[in-house]
Structure formats: C-alpha cells, structure tokens
Design a protein around this ligand. Sequence first.
Ligand SMILES: Cc1cc2nc3c(=O)[nH]c(=O)nc-3n(C[C@H](O)[C@H](O)[C@H](O)COP(=O)(O)O)c2cc1C
Ligand SMILES: CC(C)CC(=O)C(=O)O
Length: 369
Amino acid sequence: MTLPQTVAPATLHDYEQVARGRLDGAVWDFIEGGAESERTVAANRRAYGRVSLRPRVLVDVSVCDTGTELLGARLRTPVGIAPTAYHQLVHPDGEVGTARGAAAAGALFVVSIYASRTVEDIAAAAGGPLWMQLYWLRRREALAALISRAAAAGCRAIVLTVDAPRLGRRHRDARNGFALGPGIRAANLDPALTAAAHVPGAGRSALATHAVEAVDPSVTWADLAWLRERSDLPLVLKGILTGEDAALAVAHGADALIVSNHGGRQLDGAPASLDALAEVVAAVGGACPVLLDGGVRGGTDAFAALALGARAVLLGRPVLWGLAAGGAAGVAGVLDLATEELAHTMALTGRPDLASVDASAVVLRTEAR
Ligand SMILES: Cc1cc2nc3c(=O)[nH]c(=O)nc-3n(C[C@H](O)[C@H](O)[C@H](O)COP(=O)(O)O)c2cc1C
Ligand SMILES: CC(C)CC(=O)C(=O)O
C-alpha cells in the first residue's frame, strides 16, 4: 500500500493527520492518549521547545553521516521504533509491515510482547536488528517460552519494561470502554493469557483489566537474575527516569537503558523524558548505551536527545501514524523523514557525524515554574 497521491507528508505530524482520518475514534484515543491529565504527554513535547541549538560554521558538512552502532549492530540511523502493542489495530499487515518499513530505513525495531503478528513472521520480514520487549508476566513459564522463541527467531536483545507494574489510568480508554476486537490478538502469547483484553465493560479499559491479571507487580531488581539465567541476549531496561535507578541498573548488569515515561501513558506527573536524560546519562557514566523515547517528533528533537547523551531515540506514536497512513511504506516514510531532518540539523549546526553531536551543540533551558 502506498500513501494517497494527494498527501506529500512534510512532517511527522502530516502522517498524524492522515492516520487520524483513517482510524476508529476509540483506537485513535488508545494511541494518542496518556495517563490521567496527560500532563506528562504534554511535558514530553514541551521539553523540545526549550532546546536551543548552538551552530558551528565553516565545517565541511558535504556528507552528514547518521550511522551508528548499538549493542554490536550497525544502524543507518539512530532513529528506531519503540515497542507498541497490537499494530493490526491500525493496519492489517501489523508488525510485519512495520518490520518491512524498519528494514527499508535501516532502523532498529523493538517488538512489543503484545505484537499482533508472530515473532517468526516479523523476523522473516525484518532486515535489521529486532529487540523483543517483555512485561514481567505472572506466568513465568510463558515469559521463559517467549524469550526462547524470540532468541530462536533472531532477536538480538531483550527489553524489559519496568515502568508498568500496573497500567496507567487512561481516562480516554475507560470512557470508551476500550477492548480488542475479535480479529486482533497477542500473537505470541497463549490466548488464555490475554482473554480479558477482549471483554468490553462500561467505564473501564479491558487492557487495564487484562494487565492487572497478567503482569506481576511484585518483581524487583533481584528477579533480573532469573531473566539472565534464561537468556544470553543483552538485557535492556525501558522506563528509567532517575539517576538512582540508572545506577542500580548498571550495578545489575543492564546492557542498555531506555529513558522513557512510556509516552506519558503510565505515571502522570513523571518528568519529560528529555529532562530526565542528563541525570541518567551522568549516573550511567558511559557504562552502557542510553536510549530515549517520548515526544520525539522529528530530526531536530532526535538531535537534541543525541546531543544530551542518548545513543539512539525511539518513536512510538509516529510509527503507528506511518503504518496507518501507508503500511510499510508509511513506516519507512516516517523513519526516513526523521533521519533526513536529523542530517539537515547536523549540517546546519556543523556536526557531520554523530560523534560531533555532543553537549556543546545544545542548551536545554529548565521550565519556568
Ligand atoms: C499505542 C501504544 C502502545 C504501547 N505499547 C507498549 C508496549 O506494548 N510495551 C512498551 O514497553 N511500551 C509501549 N508503549 C510505549 C512506547 O514504547 C513508548 O515508550 C512511547 O510511545 C514513546 O513516546 P511517543 O509515543 O511520544 O514517541 C506504547 C505506546 C503507545 C502509544
Ligand atoms: C497493551 C498495553 C498494556 C500496551 C502498553 O504498554 C500501552 O498501551 O502503553
């Protein structure tokens, strides 16, 4: 599928407009919405407005190289795909389309535990590195089975999301009584495990009900050893927002961290991920790569996060906009556009490669109180 002829997206928000016109209102609310007052959703975006760039001039920028390395894999772009659930909500190809788009753009794809296509089908369509994201399920044998399956399919890292011992209170989904339709399911889990996600109820989100049943809120740092015993794959922790937890993650041998507030969908009142980045990078002290997601809506945002110490940035909602707008071509379009914008910002700031995109390239002002 290709984008309609009449649409020539110039920004990621142009994809958002196309997606909005195509999606059912409750699905749209599920994607766009956040927890409670959605103030962290807003904070994520506002933070990029407080960034000033410090351009250097008379630097040879005839070639701007966005290539990078992450956990041993070469990537054409540091802009990758954050794990988001149930891609078939927005396009029939689901995560297979997303994997094709990521391959076309040379980008990392982090596959959600709630992918609506099997990890084997996704891997067959992929051309670059895939990482598998997990929530800590109460049923540990299901978790162990999925880890083995992901490794056998060729996933190169396990990403454990640590900011969701329970699901954020998402008022839009509760009001909509949001539930999954019969045609969409978590393709990599036993259907019994996600049955509750299909049962609508007035005034509540079926996904929230399901998460209470499925996810173990008692898990602690000590349990990471259990994961380590089951897999040699690098372990990435997603959802770190403080220096204290970053230091604990390093002490527990994490191979990478993702600074993330889950796109403002978990703790309303959590800081903008961009504001949390410097604290985490300082605590990690170069021990492992730090990635960031949350509110990245173009190459200039990516540039700011990279300058403040992120090795890569991940897009959540924009990838779903691209998939809804044009399947694999839409996903590739979103990633290519963000990467082109990044290269453009690198040229205009006199930073021809990512090594030169350092702290001297930006000023992040603090928010006035
Ligand atoms: C519709 C949707 C579903 C998501 N599903 C997951 C998920 O299954 N696992 C996870 O770790 N994070 C999930 N996230 C959070 C994203 O990985 C990411 O942290 C967030 O979307 C980044 O913010 P952005 O959307 O502003 O780019 C989801 C986000 C959205 C919007
Ligand atoms: C199905 C949900 C639990 C996925 C998720 O993490 C989210 O919606 O933010």
